[in-house]
Design a protein around this ligand. Structure first.
Ligand code: G3H
Ligand code: ZN
Length: 281
């Protein structure tokens, strides 16, 4: 069933856990994410990034419709989120395509510009019922982003949230996008100070590079929405590679895509269980 993102995030926060948000590139990603959530019996957020829309020839409608249909037919609550949106035009298409939320990303712009553009996006988004996330401090590993060493200042974060009216805030606390090894170390003390300074849920980007014990500690310190993308792509590609390596005569893509989907679903189920019960270290 399709649920509002804000409800899934609020429920996770109230329970002292994290809400898992996974990036969709292909239809198989969306199917695997929902299958993994159903296996775990837990809600999940499907997110499609502006980069993924670009991959689909710049067309939001087909991939959004597929993800939405998969979400609607699920047995667990599923939210639809548009991720890392820099284009105002794409932001303004979100509600009409069934998204409950958008991450508006002006994080690489100077502070005053980030505030002005985000506040305007929030006003437009709220008018169409969207829950809006944005970012302050530019998590590393994206084009144009600052180095992984950048940190979000709690005082600036409090002022930013008050000035923009965002519903959730992505912060830079040591994670970095697109890591292939789980070696990131997070600043737990900073997460705790951000949680006290900022009234809205905090969002961790680049979570694929964060080891389990660090994820648990981050949720305990105050992180709520946990974004995972690269870990699914590693599972997808590893499974495709293994399947093709095992059968040189294979030509039917359903064989290797099925392996990829199963591998991604397993990754999602394990991650969701960890996030929902952040006590295992
Ligand atoms: O917004 C998406 C996430 O930040 C995913 O990051 O691919 O490094 O897990 P990741
Ligand atoms: Zn991200």
């Amino acid at each position: 069933m399709l649920n509002p993102t804000g409800e899934i995030v609020a429920a996770a926060r109230a329970a002292g856990g994290g809400a898992g948000a996974f990036n969709v590139i292909t239809v198989e990603h969306a199917e695997a994410i929902v299958t993994g959530a159903e296996e775990a019996g837990l809600p999940v957020i499907l997110q499609i990034s502006e980069n993924a829309v670009r991959f689909h020839h710049g067309r939001l409608a087909p991939i959004a419709a597929a993800a939405r249909a998969i979400a609607v037919s699920s047995t667990v609550p599923v939210a639809l989120h548009l991720d890392h949106v820099e284009s105002d035009d794409l932001f303004d298409q979100a509600a009409a395509h069934g998204f409950g939320s958008v991450m508006y990303d002006a994080s690489t712009r100077p502070y005053a510009e980030n505030v002005a553009a985000t506040a305007a996006a929030v006003r437009r988004g709220h008018a169409t019922g969207l829950w809006v996330e944005s970012e302050l401090g530019a998590v590393g590993g994206k084009d144009g982003a600052h180095a992984p060493g950048v940190r979000t200042d709690p005082g600036e974060a409090a002022a930013y949230v008050a000035a923009t009216g965002v519903d959730a805030l992505a912060v830079a606390v040591g994670s970095s996008h697109a890591m292939h090894t789980r070696t990131a170390r997070l600043d737990h003390d900073l997460i705790g100070r951000l949680r006290l300074a900022v009234p809205v849920p905090l969002v961790l980007h680049g979570s694929s590079g964060v080891p389990d014990d660090e994820l648990v500690a981050a949720i305990r310190a105050g992180m709520v929405k946990i974004n995972i993308g690269t870990a699914l792509n590693s599972a997808f590609t590893g499974a495709v590679r293994d399947t093709l390596d095992g059968d040189a005569a294979l030509v039917d893509p359903r064989r290797y895509l099925a392996s990829a989907r199963t591998a991604m679903a397993g990754t999602v189920a394990a991650a969701l269980r960890l996030l929902a019960t952040p006590t295992v270290v």
